[in-house]
Design a protein around this ligand. Structure first.
Ligand code: NAP
Ligand code: ZN
Length: 348
């Protein structure tokens, strides 16, 4: 018997989110059923609830930064037992057979990637995310939550954490290298913490001068206001790696100017409109403009374990689900320190 659970959903593009009820399937043999405890609010939730990335499916229950407690398991489940903590990130299944899937890069699945919400399961059933009381997921797509960190601070690691950890590892950030982090929001503040823990010298580039003290508290060694051309010019050509987390249109050419020879700027922020890239922002110094999307299951587990070992959690503001529309508005005003997290007890 599928179970009915309470959730918060956007009924249509750009409509405010409100309470609703959704069905969750009975656990299949390899499924775990989680009682969701916390779910982070990612700027991607806002982009999709407002259909800024094109076609979207409504009603939409966003949420892909999920931490919960296992309530039931299917008969063949090996890695989880009732009572265990577990996490779910941005996808709940993939084809498991293509090249990327077999290399642990499920996020780049060339078959069918089942996004946690605004997507479909392999059989076409629409998926619903973590702004809800429970979720059922194959154990192969659930993460072990290490002990020791407050759970509300773990939830954002499932997207903001892995999305910034993965490019730092892929581009081999090493101790002493100079890392730039652009935008100090949910993703940006995780990039600062992770980059500093990996031994890099971290500079934050922000549009919000008032975030300087926070940036330094989070582990940044320097802070620059991106609108200040003279300040940006003073460090042009000096960065090995820049992670761009900006969610809106911005001058990416100016950011490319920060890179030294063979430096890389990685776009993880996903603005609605195309960015303009001047040829001469990348031709000199053989610069690379790259992109990166979340991370695979194996790497997500590695990131969670890294965070546990280094005592890294997100800085969060816990809210009831009823405040999600206000949280979206505050996120648009860059007024977030540094991740909103829904306490799903508020749905009960
Ligand atoms: P967020 O918490 O809202 O942070 C975004 C930050 O970008 C803001 O705090 C602000 O920082 C800066 N910013 C906003 N508008 C700007 C503008 N017009 N010009 C310059 N800077 C601006 O968002 P988030 O949750 O971190 O997500 C950031 C982006 O990453 C979103 O587009 C999201 O969809 C995307 N994302 C991508 C992936 C992936 O796999 N690639 C995964 C998750 C999210 P300052 O105040 O410091 O300037
Ligand atoms: Zn996200």
């Amino acid at each position: 018997m599928p179970s009915s659970v309470r959730a918060f959903a956007a009924p249509a593009a750009r409509a405010p989110l409100g309470p609703t009820t959704i069905e969750r399937r009975d656990p299949r043999p390899t499924d775990v059923e989680l009682e969701i405890l916390y779910c982070g609010i990612c700027h991607s939730d806002l982009h999709q609830a407002r259909a800024e990335w094109g076609e979207a499916m409504f009603p939409m229950v966003p949420g892909h930064e999920i931490v919960g407690r296992v309530r039931r398991v299917g008969q063949d489940v090996k890695r989880f037992a009732p009572g265990d903590l577990a996490g779910v990130g941005c996808f709940v299944d993939s084809c498991r057979a293509c090249g990327p899937c077999t290399r642990g890069l499920e996020q780049y699945c060339e078959g069918h990637l089942a996004l946690t919400y605004n997507g479909t399961e392999a059989d076409g059933t629409p998926t619903f995310g973590g702004y809800s009381q429970a979720i059922v997921v194959d154990e192969a797509y659930a993460l072990k939550v290490p002990a020791g960190l407050p759970l509300e601070r773990v939830a954002p690691l499932l997207c903001a954490g892995i999305t910034t950890y993965s490019p730092l590892k892929h581009w081999r950030l090493s101790p002493g290298q100079r890392l730039g982090v652009v935008g100090l929001g949910g993703l940006g503040h995780m990039a600062v913490k992770l980059g500093a823990a990996m031994g890099a010298e971290v500079t934050v580039f922000s549009t919000s001068p008032k975030k300087e003290a926070d940036a330094r508290r989070l582990g940044a060694h320097a802070f620059r206001v991106s609108a200040d051309a003279a300040s940006m010019g003073a460090v042009a050509g000096t960065f090995d790696l820049v992670i761009d987390t900006v969610s809106a249109s911005h001058d990416v050419g100016a950011l490319l100017g920060l890179l030294r020879v063979d430096g890389t700027l990685v776009l993880v922020g996903a603005p609605e409109r195309p960015l303009e890239v001047p040829a001469f922002s990348i031709i000199p110094r053989r610069r690379t403009l790259a992109g990166s999307m979340i991370g695979g299951i194996r790497e997500t587990q590695e990131m969670l374990d890294f965070c546990a070992a280094h005592g890294i959690g997100a800085d969060v503001e816990v809210i009831p689900a009823q405040q999600v529309n206000e949280a979206y508005e505050r996120m648009l005003r860059n007024d977030v320190r540094f991740r909103f997290v829904i306490d799903t007890a508020s749905l009960g």
